[in-house]
Design a protein around this ligand. Structure first.
Ligand code: FAD
Ligand code: SF4
Ligand code: SF4
Length: 425
């Protein structure tokens, strides 16, 4: 998908108006999948993929959007899984590991575990193709959705891309193809597709596997443009751009037309620039760890004595969480087929490994209260144990997050009207 920049008229769909009017859109593209031709994802200032309504919706489409849109609500996490952790949700198995294919491991974001699992799905013929995200050839900092059918195509799409992606928007033709696909998406993409699969047997058959990654949030395209400017590049001269990968964590690297490249560290690009451009929905995300996925991967960061992740370059390592029994069987089969090397990981160490994810879950209830008390709409998060998470947060931090969110609203940094939403810890 190649997105165009536009400003769109306000939608007539009440569900879309509620999401967009309250800055709650995550940009997943589920609404465009539900109503193809009537809703299209377009790039809107300051660089978000947002739905643009082209024609009126019927009642069924309206209801399906209201049920699946992750800006409005998330399905409660599955309580039947082997383990259920207050912070980290359901899981059947938790490991660290890496792809055994050294080229994949090097190109990938972390240890290449996602790409190795996808390769196993393709080679074992569990799926015909993989829906994933790769660089847009027309705009190297932007994304497009691609279908990978072999190892070399997986290799080309490996690596994290810290820019908007809407993988669900392009799925309708795949449903008609009669083939089966694995989908890799942000946790909110997977959450929305899981809801839609519950409603629709054809979608369920088409997407038997959903994989994801821990997600701290999507920066706007303006963030990427700021990285290019900080690298000293001129508009139009960058022909390829990687956000990271080619090492762990790998450097943000721009390749210049005519040769030469400029780069900065992951700490400088994500920590110094991109993380300041993350959309509002991500700041109040209850599920940055993809509780609805079959398997979710993350950086298996090592930490220093003070608990700060170490970002020195080294051979990549992934955290691999099988969210359900099927996911655990897939992980075992990929390991047995020689695609992956794994080692068991104790959940007790995860908050140290992923302090950002732990902190956001613990602070979430306070942030949502700040929004509610200032009359803002919030997503419905039933079953996400937000009260239990908040009890792990010092009172001072809860207060700081509450006041911070109130201040953001009063300063006009959270868009929208004053209709109320519901939440449940
Ligand atoms: C927006 C974003 C936020 C992230 N936040 C965290 C975090 O909080 N903690 C953490 O540990 N790691 C985070 N990551 C990195 C991610 O966790 C790692 O990519 C993960 O460890 C998988 O590594 P891998 O080597 O197994 O994946 P790879 O083998 O490199 O495969 C990566 C897969 O992700 C897909 N992908 C890349 N970018 C996107 C995108 N924008 N939208 C949808 N799919 C995409 C690729 O197409 C590919 O299929 C984030 C990545 C992104 C894109
Ligand atoms: S979050 Fe997804 S489904 Fe909801 S409005 Fe945005 S793109 Fe559409
Ligand atoms: S932080 Fe949450 S809402 Fe934002 S992109 Fe990631 S999963 Fe989606």
């Amino acid at each position: 998908m190649t997105a165009r920049h536009s400003t769109s008229p306000p939608p007539s769909s009440p569900a879309l108006a509620r999401v967009l009017g309250n800055d709650l859109c995550a940009g997943c593209g589920a609404c465009a999948l539900i109503a193809p031709g009537r809703i299209a994802m377009e790039m809107q200032p300051p660089g978000w993929l947002r739905p643009c309504q082209k024609a009126p919706l019927d009642t069924v489409a309206e209801q399906r959007i209201a049920a699946a849109c992750p800006g409005l609500s998330l399905l409660p996490p599955d309580e039947d899984t082997l383990h259920h952790h207050v912070l980290w949700g359901p899981y059947a198995a938790m490991h660290t590991g890496h792809a055994n294919d050294e080229e994949l491991r090097f190109a990938a974001s972390s240890g290449g575990a996602l790409s190795a699992l996808l390769l196993h799905l393709l080679e074992s013929r569990a799926v015909d193709g993989v829906v994933e995200i790769a660089a847009d050839p027309d705009n190297p900092v932007a994304n497009r959705t691609v279908i990978s059918r072999n190892r070399n195509e997986l290799l080309a799409a490996a690596g994290s891309r810290y820019a908007p992606s809407a993988p669900l928007a392009d799925l309708a033709p795949l449903v008609a193809s009669g083939e089966r696909f694995a989908l890799v998406g942000k946790p909110c993409d997977v959450a929305a597709l899981r809801v839609l699969c519950r409603q629709d047997a054809r979608l369920r058959e088409t997407f038997p596997w959903m994989l994801s990654f821990f997600c701290a949030g999507v920066p706007s395209q303006t963030g990427a443009e700021e990285v290019l400017a900080a690298l000293g590049t001129r508009p139009g001269e960058v022909v390829r751009f990687r956000y990271r990968g080619n090492g762990w964590p790998g450097r943000a690297t721009a390749v210049i037309a005519g040769g030469g490249e400029r780069s900065m560290s992951y700490h400088e690009s994500w920590g110094g620039i991109l993380s300041r451009h993350v959309q509002h929905r991500c700041k109040i995300c209850a599920d940055g760890t993809a509780m609805a996925a079959d398997i979710v991967c993350a950086d298996a960061w090592e930490v220093d004595d003070r608990g700060y992740p170490l970002f020195e370059e080294r051979a990549g390592s992934s955290l691999i969480v099988a969210r359900n029994a099927r996911g655990a069987r897939l992980l075992e089969a990929a390991r047995a087929s020689g695609k992956l090397t794994t080692a068991p990981f104790d959940v007790a160490g995860l908050a140290r490994m992923q302090p950002g994810q732990a902190g956001r879950r613990r602070a979430l209830l306070a942030r949502l209260l700040g929004l509610r008390l200032t009359g803002k709409v919030i997503p419905r998060y039933r079953g996400y144990r937000l009260r239990a998470c908040a009890r792990q947060n010092p009172l001072k931090s809860n207060l700081k997050n509450f006041l911070g969110m109130v201040r953001r609203v009063l300063q006009g940094r959270v868009g929208g009207n004053s209709r109320k939403g519901r939440f449940s810890g």
